[in-house]
Write a protein that binds this ligand. Structure first.
Ligand code: HH2
Length: 272
């Protein structure tokens, strides 16, 4: 039976394009000009993105925290314009108030890197709105996450910690069919942990929930390939992304939409 999540049939890989409305994203430097962010989101849609993920706070290690008000001022106009143009938008936020304003502006999906733990009001908000949610695994905050990157068996521990978050989400009233999970590559993981998670991703995709994989431009791609500049990591990112699809991931979160769409088309033709 074909799984449907966020209105998308998951009988083929889905592409989520990343639009960072920030001054400091690790992956692309971000941008604060709303018109540039809107233009990027529309171009991603035209290039084949199924979802455009709009975020206003960088989660890179050591990033200075963004107030919810600043975050809202950054993302809401961009989300409003993209939704009006018919784009399926997710909001990348840890804050319930930002989720509410983003959903009011037309976002359809909540993508929370804290898996609804950062803001005590987030789970109830997502439940009340009945929107699809992405629960991503991490430990601690951007400031503390690398101290918490200690695992005996990273695949089993991430699966167990995500299962806890799924349980909490369901207890808060979020429908099972609304939930997607994400192992959180690079979040409270050293490069060797991200590689092990990717290798063992089928343990997560074998469960009941669609898996979102955000490998694009991540530090483990740089560490593995020797490419220090995140903007030059597409080749490594697509190698990792196609591997994730081979392990059963449903959605790839990427910065380079056009190139990824081409690669996925060829991969699908070969993989059957
Ligand atoms: N990675 C980032 C941000 N949000 N959301 C999900 N579900 N999965 C991820 O892997 C993920 C995410 C970090 O990447 P980016 O948005 O490019 O950088 P920054 O947080 O510095 O803006």
């Amino acid at each position: 039976m074909t799984v449907i999540w966020a209105g998308l049939t998951l009988d083929r890989p889905r592409i989520m394009g990343v639009v960072n409305v920030t001054p400091d994203s690790f992956s692309d430097g971000g941008r604060l000009d709303p018109d540039a962010a809107i233009a990027l989101g529309l171009a991603m849609r035209d290039d084949g993105a199924d979802i455009v993920d709009v975020g206003g706070e960088s989660t890179r290690p050591g990033a200075s925290p963004t107030s919810p008000e600043d975050e809202q001022a950054r993302v809401v106009p961009v989300i409003g314009a993209l939704a009006k143009a018919g784009v399926l938008v997710s909001v990348d936020t840890r804050n319930a108030a930002t989720m509410a304003m983003a959903l009011d502006a037309g976002a359809a999906i909540v993508n929370d890197v804290s898996a609804l733990t950062h803001d005590p009001a987030a789970a109830a908000l997502a439940a009340a709105r009945g929107c699809p949610v992405i629960l991503m695994h991490m430990r601690g905050s951007s400031a503390t996450m690398y101290d918490l990157a200690r695992y005996d068996d990273v695949v089993a521990e991430v699966a167990a910690e995500l299962a806890d978050r799924i349980g909490a989400a369901e207890r808060a009233g979020i429908a099972r069919a609304a939930i997607a999970i994400d192992p959180g590559f690079g979040f409270a993981k050293l490069p060797r942990h991200s590689l092990a998670l990717l290798r063992g991703l089928s343990a997560l995709t074998a469960q009941d929930f669609p898996v979102v994989a955000g490998v694009s431009r991540k530090g483990f791609i740089g560490a593995t390939s020797g490419e220090p500049d995140p903007a030059r990591r597409f080749p490594g990112s697509i190698a990792a992304g196609l591997f994730a699809l081979g392990q059963g991931a449903s959605v790839l979160r990427v910065h380079d939409v056009r190139q990824t769409v081409q690669a996925v088309r060829v991969w699908r033709a070969l993989a059957g």
